[in-house]
Design a protein around this ligand. Structure first.
Ligand code: HEC
Length: 198
């Protein structure tokens, strides 16, 4: 084989082997089409989903029974809502124009590849992350809101003016601190301090 052919083959292999990751490949698409309603930074978190909350996306929205199911695009609701007809109630972007099919294909490929978050090597092993371990060791606690309603969930962390809770069904839930009873607010703050101290 002469050198040129080897070079060409190498170049093609490198191109097609470049793994996709959320932060470099998917986030820019989200920013363009979704942040208007799903951004922590822009303070618009519809459906409890902040696509720019990387910790939440990595640890809770991407899991076997979550919105993004690594390796399983068919069961990933996240992809499903993008592929729906624009008239469908659950279609995303809501009341908007469909994400271009080329970008949807990229998101699908990313899920097939296991929905990695960062470029290979930079990512913590799933379930072994510090956050995952801490959350797993937490007990399910009662959280009371101002109306006296009780939510049973594990504490994940504080996120701005909200507390991130993990429900028994594996969904993470963002609850505004201002809507919690004083007791539950204190509980969240104490847990956040305890966690930071580990
Ligand atoms: C104009 C506002 C708006 C835009 C833009 C938007 N969404 Fe949504 N999204 C919503 C609302 C409102 C909900 C909550 C729907 C409900 O609870 O019925 C939601 C819910 C969702 C859910 C479901 C969460 C769940 O737990 O079932 C997903 C997934 C989602 N959006 C993804 C996206 C993606 C991806 C984009 C960008 C392509 C996007 N959305 C753009 C308003 C929007």
């Amino acid at each position: 084989m002469n050198g040129t052919i080897v070079m060409v083959i190498l170049a093609v292999t490198v191109l097609s082997a470049r793994a996709l990751d959320y932060e470099s490949d998917i986030l820019p698409i989200m920013k363009e089409h979704c942040f208007q309603c799903h951004s922590e930074k822009e303070n618009k978190v519809k459906g409890n989903l902040a696509l720019d909350d990387l910790e939440d996306m990595r640890d809770y929205q991407r899991a076997k029974f979550s919105l993004i199911r690594p390796g399983n695009p068919k069961e990933s609701h996240f992809l499903g809502v993008l592929k729906m007809g624009e008239g469908d109630d659950d279609f995303m972007p809501r009341k908007g124009v469909a994400v271009p099919s080329k970008e949807i294909a990229l998101i699908e490929k990313w899920i097939v590849e296991g929905a990695p978050f960062k470029k290979s090597g930079a990512e913590k092993k799933e379930g072994k992350g510090e956050l995952g371990k801490t959350a797993m060791s937490q007990q399910t606690l009662d959280w009371k809101n101002l109306e006296g309603k009780i939510i049973k969930a594990r504490f994940v962390r504080l996120a701005g003016d909200s507390v991130m809770l993990l429900l028994a069904n594996g969904k993470s839930y963002r609850y505004p601190l201002a809507k919690l009873s004083e007791e539950s607010r204190a509980q969240a703050k104490k847990l956040a301090v305890d966690k930071a101290g580990i």
